[in-house]
Write a protein that binds this ligand. Structure first.
Ligand SMILES: *Cc1c(COP(=O)(O)O)cnc(C)c1O
Length: 384
């Protein structure tokens, strides 16, 4: 785990993002960080490790730089990087299971839901799933035996919005920790710690990486006790990211503000277009006034993100046809890359999914929104 060297309070997120990717050592005058591939580190004559590293699973300069960078962007004290977002959430749930009960959202990334339903109970964890878009439901579920309140906002794939400040107050009152999966928003659009969360999780495979070419996860926060446990668990369980993967993620940080704002602006235009389309039954996008979480999202986000889901009038068949006809969108799962993706979500999530069969999910990339809209318009006309 790496602590953040506190940036100057006036540092903007753009400056922080660029500086997060600068080399920490500049012995050779490097402007871009070097990749440290060594798996093992030399001991001092007296047996100490005065230079801070001993073995790659426990620590590496590229990993430390990435952890400090993302923690700085989230306004966190420290971070722990994992080999995937799933490794980060499972570490969080494993630590929680040893401390008390878990109350978690019933609407989130399907892999996270699978961990909460199937995996965490086998590790001795007691999980209760609730609709966290309802403050009253969370209030009723969180008591003094709860160690962790886990939410994802906006949530995958229905873009549900949970009220960060209200849920943080409930967690605080009961001595529980609020942890937020901030993958969809990124620290550019939403900083959960500012609203009272103590831990933030990322699948850095998505927007943080941003180029669909690297897998990773991070847990950052202000609760150093949980973060110390997470770093120890990572060392023991071995879900550590490679130096090259950390370097790729660190390389992506300077462009994160530009990419995410542009993707979010494009998504708002596309959501407004879809909202008025005759072939579309319903659009799920928190930037639309009709979205049930619009007002809460407006309070806690500075943009509504690059992800949209929408349901078609013609059922599953119309959804599959529209996805087959687009040309600028690539039919693929995942999200957050520079290229726009379209996905029939229910068939990826598989049996037992509650995702509607007529739903398509869009990850809006960096192409011209006008051209993306024209592409969708043509595909939707033909699908009618
Ligand atoms: C993809 C994703 C995850 C899982 O991350 P991986 O890097 O694929 O393991 C967790 N949460 C959300 C919101 C995601 O989109």
């Amino acid at each position: 785990m790496c602590d953040v060297k506190q940036g100057k309070p006036e540092s903007s997120i753009e400056t922080l993002a660029v500086h997060a990717a600068r080399p920490t050592e500049r012995g050779d005058g490097d402007v871009t960080p070097a990749i440290h591939v060594s798996t093992t580190y030399e001991r001092d004559a007296d047996g100490a490790y005065s230079r801070g590293f001993n073995y790659v699973r426990d620590g590496n300069p590229n990993r430390g730089a990435l952890e400090r960078g993302v923690a700085a962007l989230e306004g966190a004290a420290a971070g722990v990087a994992f080999s995937s977002g799933s490794a980060a959430t499972l570490a969080l749930f494993q630590i929680a299971a040893s401390r008390g009960r878990i109350v978690a959202t019933d609407s989130c990334y399907h892999g996270t839901l699978r961990q909460l339903r199937d995996l965490v109970p086998t590790l001795g964890g007691e999980v209760r799933l609730v609709d966290t878009t309802s403050v009253a439901e969370v209030e009723a579920a969180v008591d003094a035996d709860v160690a962790l309140l886990f939410i994802e906002t906006p949530s995958n794939p229905l873009l549900g919005i949970s009220d960060l400040a209200a849920l943080a107050r409930i967690a605080d009152r009961q001595g529980a920790v609020l942890a937020v999966d901030n993958t969809f928003a990124t620290p550019i659009l939403q900083q959960p710690i500012q609203h009272g969360a103590r831990l933030v999780v990322h699948s850095s495979t998505k927007y943080i990486g941003g180029h669909s070419d690297v897998m990773g996860g991070l847990l950052v926060g202000i609760d150093t006790d949980w973060l110390d446990s997470a770093a120890r668990l990572r060392s023991a369980a071995g879900a550590a990211p490679s130096p090259f993967d950390c370097w790729l993620l660190q390389r992506s940080l300077p462009t994160l503000p530009l990419r995410v704002r542009r993707q979010s602006d494009g998504a708002l235009e596309i959501a407004e277009f879809l909202n008025g389309h005759v072939s579309v039954e319903r659009v799920h996008y928190p930037g639309l006034r009709s979205h049930p979480g619009h007002e809460v999202a407006g309070r806690q986000m500075v943009g509504f993100g690059g992800m949209i889901s929408f349901q078609l009038r013609g059922g599953r068949e119309a959804a599959m046809q529209a996805a087959a006809r687009v040309e600028l969108f690539t039919r693929a799962t995942s999200l957050g890359g520079v290229e726009s993706l379209i996905e029939h979500r229910a068939s990826i999530e598989g049996p037992g999914t509650r995702t509607p069969e007529n739903l398509l999910r869009l990850s809006v990339g960096l192409e011209s929104p006008v051209e993306l809209i024209a592409d969708l318009d043509l595909a939707l006309r033909q699908a009618r």
